[in-house]
Write a protein that binds this ligand. Structure first.
Ligand code: GUN
Length: 281
């Protein structure tokens, strides 16, 4: 079984991006800039944002974090986004989710200029991705996609099962696999026989947020299994896949932690650089 090393893949991607940033700097005499807006003091969000900033600096991007208290007015955030939209030194804008209840997430997402939407959450980017046009691609599914391609460069005709239908993961993951000519089944909490669906799959992407849902006898021999889950349990952090059981059947499997997670941040840097490149044309 191949243990898919997301840390190593992310380090390789960051090294490539670092070279690219250096080339862009010498060509344009400026570097791509990422601005992250962080609202409130949720610990996981603070950790994510700190890691994003550290990685952005490591590859040579200009990075900035704007912090607001939990009580900030929606209007203040929307006005800041407008300011960043017209700031030429800002290539990418990310508003860390979740947001406090009094702030309308959709309004915030739609306020971001689609050409600076490094999360790929703006409806314009969602539509472009599903139409097969150029777009920002949400970082986590993009990271999963790059890991799958490393194991199996030709995905044409493969049967893929995506467990979970969120806008963040399941839906964009489906689009990426479709683009590669996979036959994709989207499953979710109301799917009648999830085990039977998974048993058909050459590729399983589990992004449903249920600890160790995907068991060993749900996985066809030699399937590629990507675990997006990060679930806190009494036994520590576990994914959506039962690692020990599935590792006996799968051809390749991502661990949690150290699988998809590191790739998500590396892909955010890639998206920032891609937004910069598109803005220079
Ligand atoms: N919170 C958890 N994951 C994400 C992500 O990919 N993007 C944003 N903006 N917030 C998140």
């Amino acid at each position: 079984m191949i243990l898919i090393d997301g840390k190593k893949a992310a380090a390789e991607l960051r090294a490539e991006l670092k070279e690219e940033v250096a080339e862009l700097k010498s060509k344009h005499n400026k570097v791509p800039g990422l601005t992250v807006i962080l609202i409130g003091d949720l610990t996981p969000s603070q950790i994510y944002v700190r890691n994003k900033e550290k990685s952005a600096n490591e590859v040579g991007l200009k990075s900035e974090v704007i912090k607001y208290p939990d009580s900030v007015e929606e209007k203040t955030v929307l006005e800041k986004i407008q300011e960043l939209n017209s700031d030429e030194t800002v290539s990418g804008i990310l508003v860390q989710l979740p947001l406090p209840k009094h702030i309308d997430k959709q309004k915030v997402i739609e306020a971001i200029d689609p050409s600076k939407d490094v999360d790929g959450f703006h409806p314009m980017n969602v539509g472009n991705l599903s139409s097969g046009y150029e777009s920002s691609i949400p970082c986590t599914p993009l990271g999963c996609y790059l890991l799958i391609k490393k194991i199996e460069p030709n995905l044409s005709g493969k049967k893929a099962v995506v467990v979970g239908r969120s806008n963040l993961n399941g839906k964009p993951m489906t689009q990426l696999l479709l683009k590669e000519n996979c036959t994709v089944t989207i499953t979710h909490s109301k799917t009648k026989d999830l085990k039977a669906e998974c048993l058909e799959a050459d590729i399983i992407v589990a992004a449903v947020g249920i600890p160790e849902l995907v068991r060993g006898d749900w996985v066809k021999k030699d399937a590629i299994v990507i675990d997006v889950g990060i679930n806190k349990t009494d036994n520590g952090i576990v994914g959506d896949v039962h690692f020990d059981e599935v590792s006996k059947n799968a051809r390749a499997l991502t661990p949690v932690p150290g699988g998809v997670g590191p790739m998500t941040i590396a892909c955010l840097l890639k998206n920032t650089i891609d937004c910069f490149k598109r803005s220079q044309i």
